[in-house]
Ligand binder design. Structure first.
Ligand SMILES: NC(=O)c1ccc[n+]([C@@H]2O[C@H](COP(=O)([O-])OP(=O)(O)OC[C@H]3O[C@@H](n4cnc5c(N)ncnc54)[C@H](OP(=O)(O)O)[C@@H]3O)[C@@H](O)[C@H]2O)c1
Length: 336
């Protein structure tokens, strides 16, 4: 049986729900009778049924038609079934009581508190378990979820728009669109993938940004965080509309990020000006930098992103990908 091929199919199934399952991981599940697919399920929406339950429920409707007993079936699931009561019951118990006797798992749950417990429960109850099939793909698919569970802090992406001469904005503080419309549309997708967007007080006042994900598909909107000591905000401004927000008055970046440890926020997108972006880089709390670079210059009236040349490389980042978006270039730098 080509379990790798089936696992890739389950991964693709899970991927369709990356904007609505978050901050939960995406999970895909397939149930087979010999080589034939009986049912498929995914974790479609945060708080709703897990993938395994959706697949089992669909299979139940086909019992007596495509198969006689659940003992004849094999389950292929991208992530280790949970073993605890969260928003739904434990999936390991649902699998055991369904009668399924064989399961192929992509990756173990990364949370050290629960990792391996679902698998142990299945084995203890006579289910034949194999795991580790395409696990790197599963980890990549749930990058921020794995990162947060392993590192005890969210994965942090900094997104900046830069002129070709390395400027962020104009000295007079007036809002400037540096990049093209297509690049700005691309940013909406990055926002949609993140659990939180974080910015600073000057950006809020100078730009009046909305900072929500304006996309044409269903999405769990990222929560907005404003880092500012100011108290006199105009609460009718765009930032305070459209989704949940929180104002953080703490200025120590490490303490701020530590405070996310016990939250469900796995991925944060920092969209701020040079002061806050450099503070994150200096605190060594950036995991990825995305630079949208326009061919235009801002000249001497522009504010530099960085004090020195090749600052991103000097902070230890390597160019991972580079491609054109109309006249702009999107460069992604990572540390891994
Ligand atoms: N090109 C781009 O991609 C881009 C993106 C965003 C913004 N911008 C531009 O950036 C300009 C503002 O840049 P900025 O860097 O002055 O402002 P910022 O993005 O608002 O960040 C700085 C502010 O963050 C708050 N903050 C809290 N803790 C901090 C810390 N440890 N270190 C630094 N700041 C901390 C402070 O707010 P309080 O002063 O309120 O306490 C501080 O003034 C805007 O005019 C905007 O147009 C450009």
């Amino acid at each position: 049986m080509n379990y790798e091929k089936l696992m890739k199919r389950a991964i693709a199934l899970a991927d369709q729900y990356k904007y609505t399952a978050k901050p939960n991981p995406v999970v895909g599940c397939i149930i087979l009778k010999d080589e034939k697919i009986v049912s498929e399920g995914a974790h479609e929406e945060y708080g709703s049924n897990h993938a395994e339950i959706n697949a089992i429920e669909k299979a139940k409707k086909l019992q007596g038609k495509l198969f006689q007993s659940f003992q004849e079936l094999t389950m292929v699931c991208t992530l280790e079934p949970c073993n605890h009561f969260g928003k739904t019951g434990p999936c390991s118990e649902a699998i055991i009581s369904s009668g399924i006797k064989k399961i192929i798992i992509g990756a173990k749950d990364p949370n050290p508190m629960v990792s391996g417990k679902g698998i142990d429960n299945l084995i203890k109850n006579g289910v034949n378990v194999r795991y580790g099939i395409c696990q790197e793909l599963v980890k990549k698919q749930n990058r921020t979820f794995f990162f947060k569970n392993i590192n005890k802090r969210p994965f942090i992406t900094v997104k900046i728009a830069s002129s070709i001469d390395g400027k962020s904005h104009l000295l007079d503080g007036l809002r400037t669109y540096i990049t093209c419309e297509e690049s700005r549309a691309d940013v909406q997708n990055i926002r949609a993938l993140n659990d939180a967007i974080l910015t600073g007080g000057n950006t809020l006042i100078n730009d009046n940004p909305k900072m929500n994900a304006r996309v044409s598909f269903p999405v769990n909107q990222p929560k907005k965080y404003l880092l500012s000591s100011k108290t006199n905000f105009d609460f009718t401004s765009e930032f305070f509309k459209n989704s949940d927000y929180e104002i953080i008055t703490e200025t120590n970046i490490k303490k701020i990020i530590d405070s996310f440890k016990n939250t469900e926020i796995n991925g944060i997108l920092v969209e701020a000006g040079p002061k806050l972006v450099n503070a994150f880089l200096l605190a060594n709390l950036v995991d990825e930098v995305i630079i949208y670079q326009s061919p235009n210059t801002l000249g001497k009236n522009g504010v530099d992103w960085f004090k020195e040349d090749n600052a991103i490389e000097k902070f230890g980042f390597k160019l991972e990908s580079s491609y054109k978006i109309k006249s702009d270039t999107k460069n992604i730098y990572s540390k891994c």
